[in-house]
Ligand binder design. Structure first.
Ligand SMILES: [Zn+2]
Length: 385
């Protein structure tokens, strides 16, 4: 099967990674059939994952991030013991980047419950919010928006064409193979000079993004720039620092016929992408070697109830040995993963345990060091790197 780059169309060469297991992990922490294969485009520095045949079924049944309630948000950071949730941080960053009191017609494209735009509207009441998602199941949330919103489901309202000052997209483009179609639709909705503003994951900051089967696109600064310039955007800004493990991207729709902007120099990510392939290639061996070395009567504890924690759990030879998952996200406390309770790290009793740390390897050691209750002498730790 020939594959071509989702961004620049160049035929893909040999994959840089193929998972050893016949099942692949998704962002919903479930496993689906099929091997994850990752390609890297040397022309535009875009990495992409093959689409597994069961992805469609996965989206229609499982892909429901935080449908439960308005407040069931994802933890973004813990700063001085205070939890900051993702949508609030996204709202703060957006407000800092675009003057929304001047650019008021704001469409959240593929918005689900639109928690970020909701926060922004609470801050800036002049905004005229527009909401679009393919499904109508979020309408009850949209009806309770702080500012009266216009919305459409299945397809954007044709009367919105050429009207929008800002189109927003949060964590969507990584799921979509046909990027050209989405970019064409967004361009059609925007006014000339209007902003396309979006957030996508940065796998170079968070290794898990490399291996999840439902993320078919893994962008780099270079491939994001190429995507935006080829779609008629100018004043392109790609910020890898404003949001942890993500790129915050914006650009303004140029007048038709305007000259494409000249690309800046970008760091070559080819070696970094191949390092990620090596990291994921031998991770299962490292986990099972650690498991085998822990005394049989010592309980296993997994720190992190997110993607890394689930990945570790899926690799264990004897998953029944796991007594608890630990996580700082208070929304997860009291929940169970495969019957195993998720508790706060503070609740872990002081007896010996082997702790497998399922956190982003870039931050794992610092996070664990900051939790004094974990630092007792009889504790063994496995860090993924
Ligand atoms: Zn490419």
């Amino acid at each position: 099967m020939t594959t071509t780059c989702n961004v620049c169309g160049t035929p893909s060469g040999a994959p840089i990674f193929e998972s050893s297991e016949a099942k692949s992990l998704t962002t919903m922490n479930s496993l689906i059939e099929g091997r994850t294969t990752v390609y890297f485009c040397e022309v535009c520095q875009h990495a992409q994952t093959n689409e597994l045949p069961n992805l469609e079924a996965f989206y229609s049944t499982e892909y429901e991030i935080n449908i439960d309630s308005e407040d069931d948000d994802q933890l973004y950071a813990v700063v001085d013991g205070k939890e900051i949730y993702r949508s609030q941080h996204q709202a703060n960053v957006l407000i800092s980047k675009i003057d929304l009191s001047k650019h008021r017609k704001v469409l959240d494209y593929g918005c689900a419950k639109a928690p970020t735009l909701r926060s922004v509207c609470e801050e800036i009441p002049e905004i005229e919010p527009y909401l679009f998602d393919v499904t109508d199941k979020y309408i009850p949330f949209w009806e309770r928006f702080p500012t009266k919103a216009k919305w459409a489901t299945h397809a954007p309202d044709p009367s919105w064409q050429g009207q929008m000052d800002v189109v927003l997209s949060f964590y969507a483009l990584e799921h979509i193979p046909h990027l050209d179609r989405i970019l064409a639709e967004v361009s059609m909705l925007l006014k000339e000079g209007g902003f396309f503003y979006f957030i996508v994951p940065d796998m170079y900051q968070n290794a898990a993004d490399f291996v999840v089967a439902d993320h078919v696109n893994h962008f780099s600064k270079a491939s994001l720039w190429r995507l935006m310039a080829d779609s008629g955007f100018e004043s392109i800004e790609i910020d890898p620092d404003a949001h942890a493990s993500a790129y915050v991207v914006s650009g303004r729709l140029a007048a038709s016929g305007a000259l494409a902007p000249t690309p800046p120099e970008f760091l070559n990510r080819s070696d970094d992408a191949k390092q990620l392939a090596t990291f994921w290639g031998d991770i299962k061996t490292r986990i099972t070697t650690f498991e085998g070395a822990v005394e049989a009567d010592m309980p296993l504890v997994i720190y992190g109830a997110g993607i890394y924690g689930h990945f570790i759990y899926s690799c264990l030879k004897e998953p029944r040995r796991v007594s608890h998952f630990l996580d700082q996200n208070t929304f997860l406390h009291g929940k169970k993963i495969d019957g195993i309770p998720v508790i706060s790290p503070r609740e872990l009793r002081s007896e010996p345990a082997a702790i497998l740390v399922g956190l982003n390897p870039r931050h794992a050691r610092r996070i664990i060091e900051e939790i004094p209750s974990l630092q007792t002498p009889d504790r063994k730790f496995l860090f993924l790197s």
